[in-house]
Design a protein around this ligand. Sequence first.
Ligand SMILES: [Zn+2]
Length: 215
Amino acid sequence: MLFIPRSFGQYFSKYLNIVKISAYYREIQADSNKKLVEIKKYIPGIVLDIRYATTNNFTHRQMYPQAKAFARLPVVLALKQVENDLAKKGLGLKIYDAYRPYLVTVRFYQLVKDTNFVADPRKGSKHNRGCAVDLSLINLKTGKELDMPTGFDSFSKKAAAAYSNLPKQEIDNRALLKKVMEAHSFKQLKTEWWHFDFNGWKNYELLDVPFSAIN
Ligand SMILES: [Zn+2]
C-alpha cells in the first residue's frame, strides 16, 4: 500500500466538499442509503477482480489494501437486479473496481497527470461517491469473461463506448452489458465501455473513507 501524503488531499480539498470518516458515520446514521456496503455480501455470486489491490493495473502499484468492492446501498441493490437478469441468460458480472477513496484518486493523478485518463482531483470521481462501478460480463458456467473490445483500464481508442471497428461478437457483448445496466439505473461512460455511473450520483458526496473504516 502506498503512502499518500495527507497534504495533497488537503490541497485539493479546498475545491471540494469531501466527507471524511467522522462525517461519514454521522451521515449514515441520518440516512442509511448513504451507507457503503460490501457488494459481495449482498450478491454472493458476483466475481471480483479488484485490480487496484494488485500490481496488475495501469499504475503497476498496489493502491488498495484489500481486494474488496464497496458501493452505496442503493447502487448495490441495483447491481443485484442486474445480476438476477443476467443469471437467466447464464451470465454474471465481474467487478474490477467500485468505491475508491478520494486520496487514491489524488494518487492516480499524481502518477498520470492527464485528466483524459484519470479523474481530475479538483472534481473527484464518481467512484469516490460510491456511485460508479467498473465491470464486465462472464459466462457463469466457465467463469470466463465475454469478449469485449479491450481489457479493463485500456487507454486505447477502442475503449470508447461507441467505437465500432470491432468484431460483431464484441459489439454485441458490449451492447448487452449496456442494455442490462441501463435497465437498472446505470449510465455508461462514453470513453470507457466498462465504467457505469449510478443515476442520482449527485445526491452522494465525495468520500475519503478508507476500506478499513467501512463495516
Ligand atoms: Zn471507472
